[in-house]
Design a protein around this ligand. Structure first.
Ligand code: UT7
Length: 331
């Protein structure tokens, strides 16, 4: 069977930097609280006159293609992970296809929140293995800031979530570089622990004045509950990936956890006995960008020389759904 490898990674974040002190001007919060509980110092918010999920993902894709030594015309399929598409429908995959000037290739959208990028990577890996497609663009991109309750009532979400885009190019591999395995899980019993309820299609009237006056179209999260499940599932799914490949934590050259909360990353690092050099975090500068967080981190880590040929990269995520996932990649 064919194998797939990551040939290039890229990212794009909006220019607009929002610091903790900026938020504290209008919300009852502080730089001290946010830093201590989440590790976040600043994040990026989109500019409504300029940024869209589609055009941010196009910039990230161009960087990934350039680093892979390919052009957009070489791509034969797109897998796009986002829970914040520019339109209710169609999905963002077709908008990215249009932005890149491509005409008829397939574009698949996935809505698996923080685990979305690993789900997308897994789908692309299967398509390459079966021979159905060869050069696949795998994207995670979000504009979360417009779904946040920016008042004090929303302070357990508005200090965390943010905007950005990341992309990876997957191609067939003829050497040791490969996606070794991916592991996907979900538990829908907890769907409402972290969700945006509206505008929901099962309402008689999808968008009403009552709904606009409420805040059911904002992100809602039971932070404590999510935190507790996250630390357990992260550890479990990383161990599952290692066990599948007969490997141990010492063999991980770099773990890139979904950037949910620095305290979650540090907790997992400690539980798995990993050194600081084995774990990559950039949540301090970008906040939690949902499906975009892993490819943005992969792109930065690669650019900083922290992911090199033949090294073992582990990706892991947990989020809304609940969904959780991992991937082991020989770079
Ligand atoms: O990306 C996908 C998954 N998402 C996550 O993994 C997020 C998981 N959860 C978390 O990261 C954390 O639960 C939060 C950072 C959201 C909250 O931290 P916490 O340590 O769990 O705080 P808490 O919700 O237990 O709240 C403790 C206190 C409360 O005040 P009282 O009731 O003790 O007086 C909150 O009202 O902190 C208060 N609080 C804040 N204070 C200042 C909550 N948010 C803020 C805030 N600034 N932004």
């Amino acid at each position: 069977m064919r194998k797939a490898k990551v040939a290039g990674v890229g990212h794009y974040v909006p220019e607009n930097v929002v610091t903790n002190d900026d938020l504290a001007k209008t919300i009852d919060t502080s730089d001290e609280w946010i830093t201590e509980r989440t590790g976040i110092k600043e994040r990026r918010y989109f500019n409504p006159d300029k940024d869209t999920v589609a055009n941010m993902s196009a910039r990230a894709s161009e960087m990934a293609l350039d680093r892979a030594g390919l052009s957009a015309q070489d791509i034969d399929f797109i897998v796009f992970a986002t829970i914040t598409p520019d339109y209710f429908f169609p999905g963002s995959g077709v908008l990215l296809q249009r932005e890149l000037g491509l005409e008829s290739i397939g574009a698949l959208d996935l809505r698996n929140a923080c685990s979305g990028f690993i789900y997308a990577l897994s789908v692309a890996d299967q398509f390459i293995k079966t021979g159905m497609y060869s050069n696949i663009l795998v994207v995670g991109a979000e504009i979360q800031s417009s779904a946040l309750d920016m008042t004090t009532a929303g302070r357990n979400t508005n200090v965390i979530f943010a905007d950005g885009a990341g992309a990876a190019v997957l191609v067939p591999s003829e050497n040791n570089s490969e996606v070794l395995s991916t592991h996907l899980h979900s538990d829908g019993r907890f769907a409402e622990e972290l969700y945006v309820k509206d505008p929901g299609s099962s309402r008689q009237v999808r968008l009403s004045h009552d709904l606009i006056e409420g805040n059911s179209f904002n992100v809602h999260m039971n932070g404590n509950g999510v935190f507790k499940h996250a630390v357990t599932r992260f550890e479990e799914v990383i161990n599952e990936a290692l066990a599948t490949n007969g490997m141990t934590t010492e063999q991980i050259d770099l773990l890139i956890p979904h950037q949910a909360n620095l305290r979650i990353s540090q907790f997992i690092q400690k539980k798995l006995g990993l050194s600081d050099d084995q774990v990559f975090n950039n949540i301090m500068r970008f906040g939690n960008t949902t499906a975009a967080s892993i490819p943005i981190a992969m792109s930065e880590a690669w650019a900083e020389g922290k992911i090199k040929e033949d090294q073992l990269l582990c990706l892991a995520a947990f989020g809304s759904g609940f969904t959780w996932a991992s991937a082991l990649i020989r770079w």
